[in-house]
Design a protein around this ligand. Structure first.
Ligand code: ASP
Length: 316
């Protein structure tokens, strides 16, 4: 039996969807299509939330998180706080395919990336170095280089609302009916060194299970980790709740946690069901998402369904 293939993602995935669609339309696997789409976003120098030219942490080091999950068997690979490699999604996929592990972080992840032949490079560009310096110096007392106290004191000040957001997520169903999800991010700009967000945390930022659906989320990872957001969505789908209601319920359930971050809390999700229905939900005032399926010459943009969090400032 042949299923209708479809790929969908966050708005910034647009640049990668045609490559994913090319793979799906010739019968390739969802997990390969998701990787192909995300690699192009990781290469995109104009996108400061993912891969090369992503915003760095407090010390000016770019630390990347990513994960990919295959709904056919619930195999997953993830990396956290990876430095020096622009394609964390491919390192994550290699973790899934080649290691008896799910998640590698830091120096161990970088060592593995090197061993599988990935090219290492400086991911900070002149532009992101300048924005980092301006962002840090604009919000923190004095030059960070001269600051000798504990970095932990700076994390709240450094949570620059202009730069907190951004990540790419992509979900797909292939012609075999297999689902996959992938997420890649440079995380919360000016984060504490070693901070890992929700993207590589299975069940928080990503999940895929052919029996029910697949999803990835973007937004303040500190919230989705505490709520186990994407696994919560999948459990609601498994219980028979329709996709849009399941997404609304799962995000709404995070409200008590979101209220602890009234200025910066935001959550967005792109999800697909085993039937191939796709939807995106957001707590922002307006957010686009993109998809491609049979008959589309180019990615189709649509607006995400709003979910309200009373008491939390609605950002863009
Ligand atoms: N979820 C990402 C993180 O917390 C950031 C984002 O999507 O805006 O690292």
């Amino acid at each position: 039996m042949q299923y209708e293939a479809v790929v969908a993602g966050s708005h910034n995935a647009e640049i990668g969807l045609p490559a994913a669609w090319e793979i799906l339309s010739r019968g390739g696997r969802a997990v390969d299509a998701v990787e192909a789409a995300i690699r192009l976003v990781e290469d995109n120098e104009a996108d400061h939330s993912v891969g090369y030219a992503g915003y760095p942490n407090l010390l000016g080091d770019v630390q990347l998180d990513a994960a990919i999950m295959d709904g056919a068997n619930r195999r997953v690979g993830a990396v956290g706080a990876l430095e020096g490699y622009r394609h964390p999604i491919s390192v994550a996929k290699a973790v899934m395919e080649r290691l008896p592990h799910n998640l590698l972080v830091g120096a161990g992840a970088a060592r593995f990336a090197d061993e599988i032949g990935m090219h290492s490079e400086d991911l900070l560009t002149d532009e992101t170095r300048r924005i980092w310096k301006d962002g840090i110096d604009g919000r923190l007392p004095g030059k960070l280089e001269l600051f000798r106290g504990p970095l932990a004191q700076l994390t709240a000040l450094a949570a620059d609302p202009e730069h907190v957001k951004g990540t790419v997520n992509v979900v797909a169903r292939d012609k075999n009916g297999d689902l996959a999800a992938g997420v890649s991010t440079s995380g919360w700009a000016w984060k504490h060194p070693g901070r890992v967000g929700d993207s590589p945390v299975v069940g928080a930022g990503i999940y895929a299970d052919n029996r029910y659906g697949a999803a990835g989320c973007t937004g303040l990872g500190e919230i989705s980790i505490r709520g186990g957001l994407v696994r919560d969505l999948i459990s609601r789908l498994a219980a028979g709740v329709p996709l849009r209601e399941a997404g609304d319920q799962a995000i709404s359930d995070l409200l008590p946690i979101a209220l602890e971050f009234p200025q910066t809390a935001v959550m967005n999700m792109v999800a697909i069901t085993r039937e191939g229905e796709v939807a995106s939900l957001t707590t922002s005032s307006e957010l686009a998402w993109v998809s491609m399926r049979e008959g589309d010459d180019a990615p189709v943009r649509a607006l995400s369904i709003p979910v309200r969090w009373p008491g939390v400032e609605v950002g863009r």
